[in-house]
Ligand binder design. Sequence first.
Ligand SMILES: Nc1ncnc2c1ncn2[C@@H]1O[C@H](COP(=O)(O)OP(=O)(O)OP(=O)(O)O)[C@@H](O)[C@H]1O
Length: 323
Amino acid sequence: MNKVLDVKNLKVYYKTLKGYVKAIDDVTFHINQGEILGIAGESGCGKSTLGNSLILLKPPMNYISGEANLNGINIMNLSKKEMKNIRFKNISIIPQYAMDAFSPTKRIKTFISDLVREHGIIPNEEFFKKVKERMKLVNLDPDVIDRYSVELSGGMKQRVIMVISTLLDPDLLIADEVTSALDVSSQRFVCNMLVKFRDMNIVKSMIFITHDVAVLNQIADRIMIMYAGRIAEIGKTETILNNPKHPYTKALIKAIPKSDIRIKEKKLSSIKGTPPNLLNIEEGCRFRFRCPLANEKCLKNPPIKTYEDGHQVACWNVGENNE
Ligand SMILES: Nc1ncnc2c1ncn2[C@@H]1O[C@H](COP(=O)(O)OP(=O)(O)OP(=O)(O)O)[C@@H](O)[C@H]1O
């Protein structure tokens, strides 16, 4: 299968006065053509850093080593100018809190024009014709572009952002917490729309970032669980949700209320403690401080064990003693 994105041993740290915050630390994964990869994990595990680093390496974010190949080109080595040329066109992002970017004093049309001009796109008549066509696709009245953002609901604003970020049919769309500020029916609508965009080949592949693993059931083909800047487990959605192997994934899944498939709390009720501080963090499994299986082996970085269908688990103790 064609890999749209192939990330190998990627390290992206924040340089601070106290040292490096190892936010992305030796992460390896890929996304196939036509695939939606869901990324989940607690707050601070590096989800946004990963998504943002693929779009724009902005200080204090520092690329340390590894590769992120988009259609075979390592985008970590591209100049600012080269990156600007592929942003929007080949790789696009709906950033976390994107809805907050709307100015209450600007009409939607002005907001869109200002935004795309920053990326070197001229918002001419033809451009707005396409915007309106895409708006219809997401059940938005094209006249919305003449309104002010205060006249739009959160769900409507999110749909405007979806339209703009996918207008140039990117190979990869990164959607960062696009459903977290929405009510349940708007969440479902946004997920269905993103799947439709993929099915219509408007976007060829997608990274869907969320702290809410339950929502991935609606959208993801595969799920990657992150913990403290590293990958804990990757596998097909069905496998991760129904048959997780990593003790952290098991805890995340257990925290989903049975009566309601939404996670309301970011903290895990079933595991005590919080993730470690990533500043100058040392070797070893980063989950060991909270893990029911931890032993002396976990003082070293865990091996990645591979099971059926590309299911991978980073744990010393999975597969040992019937775990
Ligand atoms: N500008 C920054 N400078 C220093 N450290 C940072 C900076 N931004 C993020 N971090 C740290 O990097 C780590 C990863 O943060 P990141 O925002 O990527 O996590 P996340 O999983 O997206 O969390 P959330 O769901 O809360 O957005 C955290 O330890 C965070 O404190």
